[in-house]
Design a protein around this ligand. Sequence first.
Ligand SMILES: *Cc1c(COP(=O)(O)O)cnc(C)c1O
Length: 361
Amino acid sequence: MRATCATIHLDALRSNLAQLRGHAPGARVMAVVKADGYGHGLERVARALAAADAFGVASIADGLRLRAAGTHQRIVVLSGPDEPGDLAELRRLRLDAVIHHEAQLDLLAADTDPRPLRVWLKLDSGMHRLGFPAARAREVHARLRALPGVDPDIVLMTHFANSDVFDDAMTARQIECFRAATAGLGGATSLANSAAILGWPAAHGDWLRAGGALYGMSVVEGRNGVDFGLHPAMTLTTRLVAINRVHKGESIGYAASWQAPQDMDIGVAAIGYGDGYPRSARAGTPVLLGGRRAQLVGRVSMDLITIDLRDHADARVGDPVVLWGQGLAVEEVAAHAGTIAYELTCGVTRRVLFAEDDRAA
Ligand SMILES: *Cc1c(COP(=O)(O)O)cnc(C)c1O
């Protein structure tokens, strides 16, 4: 049996939510659970985060999954409706819709159902991805307010491009742009993603939108979630399936990219890019063996990785290997693979066994 397992620490999720609330007392928290709860499991995360005030999803289909699982909080579809049939589905499932584009205004204007739909008006304050130009805030807000099928309690929102740099002038400009564009419109505001919750108090507003930090991850360059008092919500583990002696000058794995500098033992562990362990992880990427660090050598293959055992003479076939999580920050592994922690947790594949751990973090 393959021993590759992602353990989800439910108490870490709960404790991270409480920690984030402490940064912005009085604000409500939307737990962002897109991409299957950043790879941790949508329903599982929603169940653990029952104390969240709302959930943010990427699609109506995910909203349906959450309602089917018994989620009673507000659920916000972050990209809103795409076609007329979506409006009926949003109402049936009591989902809130982000409205970010003219085409969606047209859908709403053509809609004859008078049951009020809750909307979040998304403004572009400088990221230039989704959102109406901030300069149009007043006009679009007035158009939405005039529609009988739209709940008049509209939340005003925007998203930051670079809030993980805590002294960046761009975020300060985005906050100012949003404030100026929405002044006097009334209604709740929502600006802050995880990095802004941690580093931009001026952007807290009424609704926080917390993603990565809930899962214990930091997006701040060179800092890990634990540096902010967050706990990792996923630990990815496997086992050693072989230990082999190689001689000085012999190469390890595909492309023979790594040569043994001396006679040494190589551990082979049952995980690879087929499980979502990044193929781009370089030689030197850390893993934990018996609670101590060891280093990857050679290429990551589909099912296997190879590990330098020179400092682990006591290692035995069957020993557990931690790839990331408790004791080894996923941010650090991501840095060795030239990516961010989010991509790693989102990328864990279906063949990995998921387990839940409910002990205190
Ligand atoms: C994904 C997302 C978030 C959460 O971002 P994190 O950096 O993970 O906290 C917040 N708002 C929107 C609109 C998002 O798409």
